[in-house]
Design a protein around this ligand. Structure first.
Ligand SMILES: [Zn+2]
Ligand SMILES: [Zn+2]
Length: 360
C-alpha cells in the first residue's frame, strides 16, 4: 500500500510502498477514507518529540472496515469507523476505573510496532493508527462505529482534535453553565475547546491568540471576546477589563508552550482551574507561582479530552448531526496523501484549522 513515511526530523515525509499485515486475532483492517493532519504529527516532524525508528504518522482518521481477525465481534466488513489513538485493554487500573484514555497497556504498543514493514524492516505505526497510509490495522478496541449519514472528513477530525478540545471542556474541566473561561491558542484544539465551552453553556468565552484570522475563527466557533496578545503588555489586565474581576474560572492552554501555560495559570482566578491541553516538548517545564496554591488554584492536565471514546464520540456525532457542533468549518483544505508536506507547511504558517487528506 501507499504510505507517507517519516524517516528523520526536519525532512519531508516520502511516499513509499509499505507492507501491512492481515488482521491477527482481535484486530481489524480498515481502509483509510480521511485523515486529519494534527499538530502532534508536526511535533515529531519538527523534532520536538522523538521516535525510535521510521514511522507512518497520522492519528486522526476515519475509514471503512475491510477485514476482521478471528474473534472480532464489534464490527464487520463494510462498517464505517473512527480510529482511536488510545485503544483500551479493558482490564488495567485505568480501564477499570473508567479512564481508558490513560490506558498504557504495553501489549497495545508492542502490537502497533509489528504491523508495518518497509524495505524488509518493521516500521512503527504511530499511536496505533498510522493514517498517512491507504490501510490501517488496529485492535477491535481501537475503533468506534459511526452512522451512514456521518461524512468521513468530519468524522476523522473527531478522532483527535475535536475529541481532545471539546472533551477538555466537557469531560476534563467539566465547565458548568454560566462559567467564564479563557482559551490561549486558537488552532485546531483551541477552536474545539471554545465550542466545547459554548456547548457547556459558558457565559464569557475569551479567545487569546497572536493571529487575527484565528481570532475571527474563534468568534465563529463561540468565543464572546477576543484578545490579540501581541496588542497587550498585560494579559491579566486585559482579561480583567472584560471580566471585571480576578481572572477567569477556567483557563485552557492549547499551544504546548510552557510560557503560555504559565499565563493560563496567572489569568485563572482564585479557586479556578487551569487546564494544560497543549503537547509540551520533552524536557520542558512549566513554572507557576507557588503562593497561588493558597488560593486553591488548580492546575490539571488533559489526555484526549478525558474521553471514554466508545461513549463520547457517538455523542459528538449526535451534536454534529443536530448542528450544535461545527466540524465542517474546521476542514480548511482537502488534500491528497502526496500533499502531506504541504499540509504541514500550511499548519506551521497558521493558515488552516485543519487540512484533511482524502483517499479514494
Ligand atoms: Zn492529534
Ligand atoms: Zn487498560
Amino acid at each position: 500500500m501507499k504510505a507517507a513515511v517519516f524517516q528523520e526530523a526536519n525532512k519531508p515525509l516520502t511516499i513509499e510502498d509499505v507492507d501491512i499485515i492481515d488482521p491477527r486475532p482481535g484486530e481489524v483492517l480498515v481502509r483509510t477514507s480521511c485523515s486529519g493532519v494534527c499538530h502532534s504529527d508536526l511535533h515529531f516532524v519538527d523534532g520536538l518529540w522523538q521516535l525510535p525508528t521510521s514511522c507512518v504518522l497520522g492519528h486522526e482518521a476515519a475509514g471503512v472496515v475491510e477485514a476482521i481477525g478471528e474473534g472480532v465481534s464489534y464490527v464487520k466488513p463494510g462498517d464505517r469507523v473512527i480510529m482511536s489513538f488510545k485503544p483500551f485493554c479493558g482490564k488495567c487500573y485505568y480501564c477499570l476505573g473508567g479512564r481508558p484514555n490513560l490506558c498504557n497497556d504495553p501489549e497495545i504498543g508492542a502490537a502497533s510496532a509489528s504491523r508495518l514493514q518497509w524495505q524488509g524492516k518493521p516500521i512503527l505505526q504511530f499511536a496505533s493508527v498510522g493514517s498517512f497510509a491507504e490501510m490501517m490495522v488496529t485492535t477491535e478496541n481501537g475503533i468506534v462505529k459511526i452512522p451512514e449519514e456521518m461524512p468521513m472528513a468530519e468524522a476523522a477530525l473527531i478522532g483527535c482534535g475535536v475529541m481532545t478540545g471539546v472533551g477538555a471542556a466537557l469531560y476534563t474541566a467539566e465547565v458548568p453553565g454560566g462559567a467564564n473561561v479563557a482559551v490561549i491558542g486558537c488552532g485546531g484544539i483551541g477552536l474545539n475547546i471554545i465550542q466545547g465551552c459554548r456547548i457547556a453553556g459558558a457565559a464569557k468565552i475569551i479567545a487569546i491568540d497572536i493571529i487575527d484570522s484565528k481570532l475571527d475563527m474563534a468568534m465563529q466557533f463561540g468565543a464572546t471576546h477576543t484578545i490579540n496578545s501581541r496588542d497587550t503588555d498585560n494579559l491579566i489586565e486585559a482579561i480583567n477589563d472584560i471580566n471585571d474581576g480576578e481572572g477567569v474560572e477556567y483557563a485552557f492552554e492549547a499551544i504546548g508552550i510552557p510560557e503560555a501555560a504559565t499565563q493560563a495559570f496567572n489569568i485563572t482566578r482564585p479557586g479556578g482551574t487551569t487546564v494544560v491541553v497543549g503537547m509540551h516538548p520533552i524536557g520542558s517545564e512549566i513554572s507557576v507561582p507557588g503562593p497561588a496554591f493558597l488560593q486553591e488554584k488548580k492546575l490539571i492536565g488533559c489526555m484526549y479530552g478525558s474521553t471514554r471514546f466508545r461513549e463520547h464520540m457517538p455523542k459528538l456525532i449526535d451534536l454534529f448531526l443536530q448542528d450544535k457542533l461545527d466540524l465542517t468549518s474546521l476542514v480548511s483544505r482537502r488534500l491528497k496523501l502526496e500533499d502531506v508536506n504541504e499540509a504541514f507547511r500550511s499548519m506551521k504558517a497558521g493558515e488552516v484549522a485543519r487540512s484533511v487528506l482524502e483517499f479514494s
